[in-house]
Design a protein around this ligand. Structure first.
Ligand code: ATP
Ligand code: MG
Length: 262
């Protein structure tokens, strides 16, 4: 396999009873790119991410990550190999501070998480890494805030920070701006931009907000009814007739879609 391809799926499929949620999806994701998955509601995007992270076993097809066939691996082993998936707030410890949340995630990635108090050097290292991450996600100054007291947008930033602390090579972000107010969206955009700029990471993003997709993606794969109907650069996708038809025919039309056509 081409070693610049970090992730490859071949005819990946997931059936739920009679419903085919992912209907044979073949995608190649290049290392270091920002590769988004878009599509109308119910297209199979979240299910596809669940197959990549190991939440679901596929009904058919294969998944390769860094050249390894990971199709049958459990989620925790995929995470150790470097696939990081955000779980929308549920992995935040609400009664710990922002800093403690990120430091614990960094420790969980390291090997010495149970001898924390006896190893101040390791503690210092994790603390430092946690502070770097808080800088990246725009939460410096809020280190000592208890997580549950954060506004929603900051919780999403913390969630991304916790994910980064586990040092993934591939980040799966499923609607990172869901539930956010309009004012909070640019903050998350900036975080994604910084992760991209920091280099080395591959980002897969699912998002309904088209202005984010158009700005943040190198490549966009469009799914509809479980299948890939188009793939290309943002400009190519914005001009694709099959894509426009899928959106116009669906129950969900993107606000601002037309405004972003070049
Ligand atoms: N655990 C499940 N059991 C049964 N059906 C499911 C399950 N998860 C998803 N589905 C179905 O699979 C299809 C794809 O759902 P999925 O959540 O992957 O879509 P999506 O593209 O993420 O949509 P949205 O944009 O609304 O988040 C839908 O018809 C959905 O109802
Ligand atoms: Mg979804």
């Amino acid at each position: 396999m081409d070693n610049t391809i970090i992730l490859e799926t071949n005819r990946l499929r997931k059936d739920f009873g009679g419903l085919v949620a992912v209907a044979g999806v073949s995608v190649k994701v290049r290392q270091g790119t920002s590769h988004s998955i878009i599509g109308p509601n119910g297209a199979g995007k979240t299910t596809f991410f669940n197959l990549l992270s190991g939440v679901f076993k596929p009904t058919g097809g294969t998944i390769y990550f860094k050249g390894h066939d990971i199709t049958a691996l459990p989620a925790y082993q995929r995470s150790h190999l470097g696939i990081g998936r955000s779980f929308q707030i549920t992995n935040i410890f609400p009664n710990l501070t922002v800093l403690e949340n990120v430091r614990l995630a960094a420790q969980s990635r390291g090997r010495d998480n149970f001898k924390l108090l006896s190893d101040f050097r390791a503690f210092g290292r994790y603390q430092e890494r946690a502070l770097e991450i808080l800088e990246l996600v725009g939460l410096r100054g809020k280190e000592l805030t208890v997580a549950h007291a954060l506004p929603h947008g900051d919780k999403r930033k913390l969630e991304i920070g916790i994910l980064l602390a586990t040092e993934p090579e591939l980040l799966l972000l499923d609607e990172p701006t869901a539930g956010m107010s309009q004012e909070e969206v640019p903050g998350i955009m900036e975080v994604i931009g910084k992760i991209k700029a920091s280099g080395g990471k591959t980002i897969m993003l699912v998002e309904h907000k088209m202005e984010i997709i158009m700005r943040a993606s190198d490549v966009i794969t469009v799914m509809h009814l479980g299948s890939v109907i188009a793939e290309g650069t943002p400009a190519q996708i914005a001009n694709d007739e099959a894509v426009q038809a899928a959106y116009l025919g669906g129950t969900h039309t993107y606000r601002g879609w037309r405004a972003h056509q070049p």
